[in-house]
Design a protein around this ligand. Sequence first.
Ligand SMILES: [Zn+2]
Length: 290
Amino acid sequence: MKKSFREFLKERKLILHCGATGTELMKIGGETPGAVNTITRPQDVLRIQRDYVEAGAKIVLTNTFAMNPLYSDVRCKGYDWALLNRRGVELAEEAAGGEAYVFGNVGPVGEMLEPLGTLKKTDAYEAYGAQIKILADGGADGISIQTFFDLEDMILAVKAVRDYCDLPIIANLVFNQNGATMMGNTPQQCYDALYPMGIDVFGHNCGEIDAFSLGDLFSDLAKKTEIPLVALPNAGIPKTVEGKPVYEMTNEEFRRGTEYLIEKGFTVLGGCCGVNVGHIRAIADLFVQE
Ligand SMILES: [Zn+2]
């Protein structure tokens, strides 16, 4: 039997995380939101995830970004969000084949919380809880809460996991080039709020910050953190070609960025939008450990 993710996390110096699924699906004409491709083109989702596992990734995410009942009500009409979560775990488990840990991908509801927006905290908490329950019951090894730009919203999602189960949590906010989230929280402030809630890994995904700025932004926190830090930057800032985002970062550039992030103290590394299996293969040898 596979050892627990927490044991694995303790014994590994560096862990390779997968790259993007959503932008890879868009490249081949997949639907948006990306999660519906789990039903409409499962073989493509499976192939993308399996490529990451074969490249050496030890963490793969389910194709279930933001598949909570509130988000799905607005952007995903006609699809059964619960089924997309159940099938999402099954597909990722199949791709992982026991060689990688499957993390249920939980994204934000996509509305601003009150008082800036109209989203009620209790509604967001319940929506996250509904998705997390299905991912956990489906057999995910952990929950990855990602692409959150509001710490308050992230706190609701982390609470929803902890109120339901003891699965490991990877908590990723989006930090900007100016050194804070969109709502103005620094990495240290976010860490101070989330670490006591029992998260297992903390860091950044997506956004427009480059790997070098990200490394500098987290370097102080890296010296005192009690838990591993994760960085999943995008493959640069995309150009729009025929209405689709095109990411042009080369594998060599991606590798240089990853090396810098490791130097600055990040220990779980992969990528978000635009990061494909070529990028992940280009950094895989950094993670080989006897
Ligand atoms: Zn992204």
